[in-house]
Design a protein around this ligand. Structure first.
Ligand code: FAD
Ligand code: UDP
Length: 368
């Protein structure tokens, strides 16, 4: 009999398992996939850690979380600085002085501000009701047309006029020459990949992969006092209230006989015609330009509407899904032996640092 059966060897499950083991509890971690690390899984291809489920950049303002991950892996000083390709024109992201200089030839922050104000004034909406109106208010029509509209409509599969304004509020707009995409104090990538980080968290803890909890629930439940469940909350209840929706992403990954394909880890294709949203070149996350090698691995990302059976990626945080989740949450709260956690268990768009915060808080509550 284990103290805890932990369903899911992703970041939430691994952090909880580590804390429980440190507190002297016995744990069994299972995952239905054939590998540990959940969506942050990286696998070695041609000597390069490839992010199989999408590019992951660790960034946080929480020093406790940063110190925590650095105990289990060495991180490099990677700074995310994506480049936008609009029909062959290249622009720095997030929107900053480099972007404004390329777009309009402006040299000083005052000139950039004047240009944005002039563009805004022509199309200003006092109370923006959708993403298009919000974006034009923020950066004007030129940037909206070249760097936002096509990308956003490909990513979300709907027109910007039908998308909520808040999506775009995440993007920084800076009057400095700073191409750092994130406003975070700490940022980096594990030098040996994320799988090594999760393996270090799970060191000494029993793990069974290729084990689907829901396919053998009664037998697995009988093995432990309590269950930490990090799979989809609706699947746990056999979708009895209906399925929660997600956006999905399809990755087309290729190994190329070329040392350096695009010169940057992330290039966004912001026009409407290119079918993918971005190309990731994995080696630049870890090697920068120091270790070119002879091969490289790239992934094209295609955004897709999620269908049952697809890999669920982004929760759709609209009112209908929020209401359905609240009903599942009420059922979950009534399960006394089971704690629901992580991005699928809580149906929440969590960055990695937030998942760690949440798993540590859960462990604190459970174990102390
Ligand atoms: P998961 O990693 O999904 O782990 C859950 C595990 O449970 C899975 O391994 C699954 O196989 C297993 N499971 C499910 N059902 C069962 C079952 N019935 N039986 C057994 N096992 C089961 N965050 C950042 O901070 N920076 C980024 O740059 C970033 N980029 C992202 C890019 C993409 C495309 C996506 C989708 C997310 C990104 N994130 C990023 C978020 C990050 O992926 C999550 O915060 C993190 O992976 C969540 O960990 P988790 O343990 O909650 O979930
Ligand atoms: N976005 C955009 N152009 C870009 C990059 C982002 O218009 O080149 C918009 C788009 O609407 C996207 C939002 O900004 O949904 C948030 O982008 P981010 O890259 O932060 O989203 P993520 O894919 O990391 O969730």
């Amino acid at each position: 009999m284990y103290d805890y059966l932990i369903v899911g060897a992703g970041l939430f499950g691994a952090v909880f398992a580590r804390e429980a083991a440190n507190a002297g509890k016995s744990c069994l971690v299972i995952d239905k996939r054939s590998h540990i690390a959940g969506n942050i899984y990286t696998e070695d291809v041609a000597g390069i850690p490839v992010h199989r489920y999408g590019a992951h950049i660790f960034h946080t303002n929480n020093k406790t979380v940063w110190d925590y991950v650095n105990r289990y892996a060495e991180f490099n000083r990677y700074t995310n600085s994506p480049v936008a390709n609009y029909k062959g024109e290249l622009y720095n992201l997030p929107f900053n002085m480099n972007t404004f200089n390329k777009m309009w030839g402006v040299i000083t922050p005052a000139e950039a501000e004047a240009k944005i104000s002039e563009q805004r004034a022509a199309h200003y909406t006092a109370e923006p009701k959708n993403l298009e109106e919000q974006a034009i208010n923020l950066v004007g029509v030129d940037i909206y047309e070249k760097l936002i509209k096509g990308y956003t409509e490909k990513q979300w599969g709907r027109p910007c006029t039908e998308l909520p304004a808040f999506i775009i509020q995440r993007l920084p707009v800076r009057l400095t020459f700073d191409n750092n995409y994130f406003n975070a104090l700490y940022q980096g990538i594990p030098t040996k990949g994320y799988t090594a980080l999760v393996a270090a968290l799970l060191d000494g803890i029993e793990v069974r992969t290729d084990t689907d909890y829901l396919a053998d629930k009664a037998a697995l439940d009988a093995l432990a006092q309590k269950v930490i469940y990090t799979g989809p909350i609706d699947a746990y209840f056999d979708y009895k209230l209906g399925a929660l929706q997600y956006r999905s992403v399809r990755f087309e990954t290729e190994t190329l006989d070329c040392p350096n394909y695009q010169g940057n880890a992330v290039i966004n294709y912001t026009d409407a015609e290119t079918p993918y949203t971005r190309i990731i070149e994995h080696k630049h996350f870890v090697f920068g330009s120091t270790e070119p090698g002879t091969q490289t691995v790239i992934s094209r990302e295609y955004s897709a509407e999620w269908q049952p059976g697809d890999e669920p990626y982004y929760p759709v945080n609209d009112a209908a899904n929020g209401a359905l989740y609240a009903r599942y949450k009420a059922l979950a709260d009534a399960e006394s032996r089971v704690v629901f956690g992580g991005r699928l268990g809580e149906y929440k768009y969590y960055d990695m640092d937030k998942v760690i915060e949440s798993a540590l808080a859960c462990a604190e509550k459970e174990l102390h």
